[in-house]
Design a protein around this ligand. Structure first.
Ligand SMILES: N[C@@H](CCC(=O)N[C@@H](CS)C(=O)NCC(=O)O)C(=O)O
Length: 348
């Protein structure tokens, strides 16, 4: 039996880059294929999802969803684990990893969608990249009279989708100021951290690093608008992305076992604990009440967002992990996480 995996995705897709980089870190053999208009029906029927990336395992299973896939790959290849161990000594690192992963996966979709679909230079960069991938055109081949109209048509279709989806997550033109401000703040907080540390938890990359690298590679370092913010306010974030692309588990040190939150990570975590955690709390309550939108207060004023069942599922998974620790370990975690605003949303 072949030990090769296949990944179907697109270059400018955040979760495709997350999974590909994680698998490169684990030194797994991967055939990466674009999900094109020609392969789409087959991939969607086999994987039972329209989302990317899709992973085909060496035993021929068609799977999707990067978070459970990362846990599965850790089970199959424990020497290159990306999730810190579940024992009490690593409890803080594991919970920080899971909470940060939830945030990067679920909340950075807002600036990612906003810049890509509402800034023309960004649409012309990554919108065109997606359109070329879907049309099955090699990224290096110049467009000609036959292929240009095809790419234009696909880009029109994608733009209509992007512009109608983004407002549901408060990422439309009405929120341009809030998105730009929030993104610049996150970049400068991450910059401060990456000046002092190689990765989020220190010297060993964890799942949250791959969840941050995915949108950096597919969106924020590719699209001119967020890229300019990173060059101006977060050069250490750009350097971090270079380390992530090159990171290999064979060279990684043992897991850290932090007794307290690293000093430069605390402001990043406080940022995570504000709007995103307000959304996690409100989203859960709204889903229980069968409402389809929620309103949260932010520093930029009230935000209305669609409810997201998937976001509640990831919150509940992380909360279940936290609930599994002994009371003494949980008390230690609460003492670290509650002052940063990172406790309530996971103990509902
Ligand atoms: N939770 C999924 C999310 C996958 C996802 O949202 N992928 C995006 C591309 S980066 C997608 O397929 N979007 C198309 C859509 O939402 O219709 C994962 O972690 O893999």
């Amino acid at each position: 039996m072949s030990e090769r995996y296949t990944v179907y995705g697109m270059d400018a897709s955040y979760f495709t880059q997350k999974l590909l980089t994680l698998m490169a870190y684990k030194c797994l053999d991967v055939d990466y294929r674009h999900k094109t208009l020609a392969t789409r029906d087959h991939v969607e029927a086999a994987a039972k999802t329209h989302l990317i990336p899709v992973l085909v395992t060496p035993s021929g299973q068609w799977l999707h969803d990067s978070t459970p896939l990362a846990f599965m790959l850790d089970d199959e290849h424990p020497a290159s684990a990306v999730v810190p161990p579940a024992d009490p000594a690593h409890a803080l690192d594991r919970m920080l990893c899971r909470m940060l992963e939830d945030y990067f996966d679920e909340w950075l979709t807002r600036p990612a969608m906003h810049f890509r679909w509402f800034h023309e230079a960004d649409r012309q960069t990554s919108g065109v990249s997606l359109a070329r991938d879907l049309a099955g055109l090699d990224p290096a081949t110049p467009l000609d009279a036959a292929t240009q109209p095809l790419v234009d048509n696909v880009l029109d279709f994608l733009t209509r989708w992007g512009r109608s989806t983004a407002p549901k997550i408060a990422a439309g033109p009405d929120h341009a100021g809030a998105i730009a401000g929030d993104f610049a703040r996150l970049v400068s907080l991450l910059d401060q951290h990456f000046r002092a540390h190689a990765f989020l938890l220190g010297d060993r990359p964890c799942l949250a690093d791959f969840a941050l690298y995915g949108p950096l590679k597919a969106h924020f370092l590719a699209d001119p608008t967020p890229h300019a913010v990173i060059e101006a306010q977060g050069p250490a974030v750009r350097d971090y992305a270079g380390r992530m692309a090159a990171a290999r588990a064979a060279a990684a040190p043992e897991w850290p076992a932090h007794g307290g939150v690293p000093e430069t990570l605390a402001p990043v975590l406080q940022h995570v604990g504000q709007d995103f955690h307000a959304y996690l709390v409100a989203n859960r309550a709204a889903l229980q009440a069968r409402r389809d939108s929620v309103e949260i207060d932010t520093a930029y004023g009230p935000l209305t967002l669609a409810t997201r069942p998937y976001t509640e599922r990831t919150r509940a998974d992380t909360a279940a992990d936290l609930a599994g620790y002994e009371p003494a370990v949980r008390a230690r975690l609460e003492a670290e996480l509650a002052p940063l605003g990172l406790w309530r949303a996971y103990t509902l």
